[in-house]
Write a protein that binds this ligand. Structure first.
Ligand SMILES: NC(=O)c1ccc[n+]([C@@H]2O[C@H](COP(=O)([O-])OP(=O)(O)OC[C@H]3O[C@@H](n4cnc5c(N)ncnc54)[C@H](OP(=O)(O)O)[C@@H]3O)[C@@H](O)[C@H]2O)c1
Length: 369
C-alpha cells in the first residue's frame, strides 16, 4: 500500500470507511503481541504488516513468535510473513512501535521522515521537547507539539510516545488530584511485573521467590515523565508540572500488572471523602472520552482492604482502567493509596492504540495534510 493510497483513508468516517492500514514494529515481543491481540477486529485500524528482528524476518508470524497470551494467536496474524523493520518497501500511514529503545532511536525517525505517524512505546524520544508524551485521558492537548516537531525536523510524519508502563496509572490518579487540590510532592514505590521486562526478560532463577530492588533507568523515568504529562503546553513548549517525585522501583514475581504505592502531599487541604470523589469521578477530557479504547471507568476505587491485587483486578475495564485502593491518611504526607495498572495493555499497546485513536479524532493521523 503506497502512502498516497493510505492517505485516502485518513479523514475517515468513523463508522463506515475502510480501516487505516497499520504496521506493528517489533511484533514478536511482549508488547508487539498485545498489539496483535488488541488490533484484531479494531474498528479503525487494520494490521497490514508485522516486523521483527533479523532472527524472525521471512518466517511466518506463528513460527517467529513465542505467543505468551492466554487467548489464541489471532487468525489474521498467523500466516503473515515477518518483514524487516526498516521502512524500505513498508509504506504505511501508521506504525505502532514495540521496539527496544535503541532500535527505536534508529528506526522511528526513518518512518516519521517518510510520512508515517509513529505511536511508540519506547523511551527513546519521550524526553524530546517537541515529542508528545501522551495519555488521552490525561493530556490530549499535548498533541499540539506535533506541528512543531514536523517543522523542526522537516518530517512529513511524526512520533508520539506513551509513558513508562509503571507510571501510567499513577499519572491518571495524579491528574485527578492535581486538577482538584494541586500537588506539592509525592513519594512512590513500585512493585513491577516480570512481563514489564519483555520476553524472555528476567531469568526465572533471579525472580522466583524473590524481589529485585533495582530496575535500570526506571526511577529516573518515574520521577520525570508524570511531570511532563501533567505539564502545561504554552507556545509549543511543555512547562513541567511544578512538584517533585521520589521513586523506588522493584521487580516482583508477578506475571502482569504494576502496583504503585503512593504517598502524596496536596497543595490544598482536602477531606478524604473529597479525595475519593475526585478519583472515582474523574472523567477523561471530552475529546478522548468516547474513543474505542477509552477506559471505562477511567479510575475505579475499591474500598476492600486487601485490594487492588494484580491477579484479581488487572483486567478491570479490559485492562485500561486504573484501579485505586487503600486510600487513607498519611502521617507525613496527606494521603496514601495503592494504584494498579496493566503494564502491557494500559501501560503499552492499549495506551498506544488509544493515542492513535485520539490522533484520528483530531485529524492528525496523516502527518502530511
Ligand atoms: N513490556 C512492557 O510492559 C512494556 C511497557 C511499556 C513500554 N515497553 C517498551 O516497549 C518496547 C517493547 O518492549 P517488550 O517488552 O515488548 O520487549 P521485547 O519482548 O524484548 O520485544 C522487543 C521486540 O523488538 C524486536 N527487536 C529487538 N531488537 C530489534 C532490532 N534491532 N531491530 C528490529 N527489531 C528488534 C524483538 O524481536 P525478537 O523477538 O526477534 O527479539 C521483539 O519483536 C520497549 O521499548 C519497552 O521499553 C514495554
Amino acid at each position: 500500500m503506497s502512502l498516497v493510497e493510505a492517505r485516502r483513508f485518513h479523514r475517515i468516517d468513523m463508522q463506515a470507511q475502510p480501516r487505516i492500514p497499520v504496521a506493528i514494529l517489533g511484533a514478536t515481543g511482549a508488547v508487539g503481541q498485545r498489539f496483535v491481540q488488541l488490533l484484531e477486529g479494531h474498528p479503525w485500524f487494520e494490521v497490514v504488516a508485522l516486523t521483527g528482528s533479523e532472527r524472525a524476518v521471512g518466517q511466518k508470524y506463528y513460527q517467529a513468535c513465542h505467543w505468551l497470551l492466554a487467548s489464541p494467536m489471532p487468525e489474521f496474524a498467523r500466516d503473515m510473513l515477518v518483514l524487516p523493520t526498516e521502512p524500505g518497501p513498508l509504506d504505511v500511514a501508521l506504525a505502532f512501535s514495540a521496539l527496544p529503545a535503541e532500535a527505536a532511536r534508529q528506526v522511528e525517525p526513518l518512518y516519521a521522515s517518510r510520512g508515517t505517524v509513529v505511536c511508540s512505546n519506547a523511551s527513546a524520544f519521550r524526553q524530546e521537547p517537541d515529542v508528545p508524551l501522551l495519555m488521552p485521558e490525561v493530556n490530549p492537548e499535548h498533541t499540539g507539539l506535533v506541528h512543531r516537531q514536523r517543522q523542526n525536523r522537516g518530517w512529513k510524519g511524526y512520533i508520539v510516545t506513551n509513558p513508562n508502563c509503571t507510571i501510567s496509572g499513577l499519572t491518571v490518579a495524579l491528574k485527578a488530584l492535581l486538577q482538584n487540590f494541586g500537588i506539592r510532592r509525592l513519594m512512590i514505590v513500585s512493585m513491577q511485573a516480570v512481563s514489564g521486562a519483555g520476553y524472555p526478560g528476567v531469568p526465572a532463577l533471579d525472580i522466583l521467590g524473590n524481589v529485585l530492588p533495582y530496575i535500570p533507568d526506571e526511577e529516573e523515568k518515574m520521577e520525570w515523565e508524570p511531570r511532563k504529562m501533567l505539564g502545561i503546553l504554552q507556545n509549543d513548549n511543555i512547562a513541567l508540572a511544578n512538584f517533585e517525585i521520589s521513586a523506588q522501583a522493584n521487580r516482583v514475581p508477578v506475571a502482569e500488572g504494576h502496583l504503585v504505592c503512593l504517598s502524596v502531599e496536596l497543595a490544598q487541604p482536602a477531606e478524604m471523602e473529597a479525595v475519593a470523589q475526585a478519583l472515582s469521578g474523574y472523567l477523561a477530557p471530552e475529546v478522548s472520552r468516547e474513543l474505542p479504547s477509552a477506559p471505562k471507568p477511567v479510575i475505579q476505587i475499591t474500598d476492600q482492604a486487601d485490594r487492588p491485587q494484580p491477579r484479581l483486578d488487572i483486567m478491570t475495564g479490559k485492562g485500561m482502567t486504573t484501579v485505586v485502593g487503600r486510600l487513607r491518611p498519611d502521617p507525613i504526607f496527606d494521603y496514601k493509596m495503592v494504584i494498579l495498572s496493566h503494564n502491557t495493555i494500559r501501560g503499552a499497546a492499549g495506551g498506544s492504540i488509544y493515542n492513535a485513536e485520539l490522533l484520528v479524532k483530531q485529524g492528525l493521523i496523516s502527518g502530511g495534510e
